[in-house]
Ligand binder design. Sequence first.
Ligand code: FES
Length: 266
Amino acid sequence: MSNSLKLPIQRGFGITDRVDKWWTEPFWMAFALTLTLVYTTFRVTLWDGEIQYDNHRVTSPIFSPDVIHLFDLKTPNWMNSALLILWIPFGFRGTCYYMRRVYHRVFFQNPTACVVSKPEINYRIGYKGETGLFILNNIHRYMLYLAIIILSMKIFDVYHTMHFFNGTEKEGFGISVGTVVLAVESILLLMYVGSCHAFRHLFGGSMNQWRGGISGIMGGIYIKISNINVDHSFWFWTSLGMVFIGDLFVWAVAEGIIPDPYIIII
Ligand code: FES
């Protein structure tokens, strides 16, 4: 007879023998993700008037890269750059390995948490992993390439904020608070993309051994990326949060509620 024990021992949604506040983390994750979805929906559909200031010197991270302005696209009045490009960050984050763990726990309750009983219906449905519709998660590696393009354009956006104009006259090259805000957002995004599991796989992931030459270099990079991959969840949340902090900052400056102090260096 088998001595194996199936955990949790008790059945019933949320029932557990755990004594810690196990629900705190999933609760705040659900709250944050719902808030970001609702905020983004309203911002890109109803409140998309003030997405930049100083004649596009600084653009909100939600609407960046501002492809309509950059490529002078002819679009209907209701269209904005976020509506054109948001599928890339959404697709990238939505298929992120860490994000899969979060939404399976937070929204599907499958599982609810370690050693915590899930809803009865989920015992009947079972967990089928990356099958059915979830097979689409395999596009993550391709979304990574698109995310790298978006990241490069965001870094260019930071550089763009450093060119100051007085009307059509060039005033100089400098730094404003907006530059710092967008730079922090880009750095956090760089760390998030740079700690991605699929990104790590590009370096030495498909090699049988890392010995000398190119394979040795690739192996070294793989290990370095692994070191920051440990904190992938941290980079996920901080980079996501900074998108909205940056958006609120740009919105407030564009509305004239707060200033954007700057210094000219050259
Ligand atoms: Fe999270 Fe790739 S695994 S971004």
